[in-house]
Design a protein around this ligand. Sequence first.
Ligand code: NCD
Length: 320
Amino acid sequence: MKGFPSILAEISDLTKSQVQTLLDMAFEYKDRPALAAQFSIPAPIIATSFLENSTRTKHSFEAAIRLLGCTHIDFVAEKSSLKKGETLEETFLTLHAQGIEACIIRTGESKVLEQFSGRPPIKIINGGDGTNAHPTQALLDLMTMIDIEGGIAGKTISIIGDLKHSRVTHSLVELLPQFGAKVILCGPENFLYRPDNDAIVVASNLEETIINSDIVYLLRIQFERHGLKDGDSNKNMLADYVAHYGLTRERFKKMGIERPIYHPGPVNIGVELSLDLMRSPLYRGYEQVRNSTFMRMAILKAIIENGDDSVGRLSRNVRS
Ligand code: NCD
């Protein structure tokens, strides 16, 4: 898959036509999973390294690795030399020297992959870096919107919640407008994110935002990134959030409308979304998870087969 990047750190690492190729591949895997395997080398080894908690991203990558017929190594940071102060670059070069083709990494640190730009120590897929980016989530969300809503061109998608601290927001805002969607970002003032893009509308009123949207994408409040210690201020903030932004069947009823609901998970049930809506046909969360494996298969396949022989040069002691 010549031309695909060796490091997928952000959506901007992909051209629109590469995204289209990934979508086509992912839909093919979904329709005919038997197509998947067949690599130029047998059973490439892929490592996952989750330095921050994960249920969905980690396991769907692991499922994708297995469905592709690849071999999986779980890199456990706590038991590694990262704990002895080894740098990420040394760690990646070592994994590459061990014959590992690619590593999926999640870190709490934003933009940690920028240091490798143009000099990949191994092929790397960003599974979420701090508040910065989560490109594979945005890609699987786009796939699901095409799959279930029939596409996003000419539609308005509102992203609602803790926009500022969510890496998902930043990747969605880069991706969705490329495929013809209008985006509204909605949340309380302290959670707002104002991108440098006039095409993105920023709003604070939930009802108005939902009325103007075709698709609603909710985000979790990222408490772990607020740096708050005081339980009380959390409690007050939470009550206020639920009152103004919590999506419930009641709220839809009062507005006299319903909209499909997306969420990257995990949901803070009863905060941004009520359980009855989560259990209703409007909730797309499980479809997002279902498609995530196929999209991640496509991403892995495209990156592993990109033929980039500059990867891991330093681990071969080749001078540049
Ligand atoms: C998101 C993440 O970790 O960035 N979840 C996910 O990957 N499915 C969103 C979140 O944690 O709120």
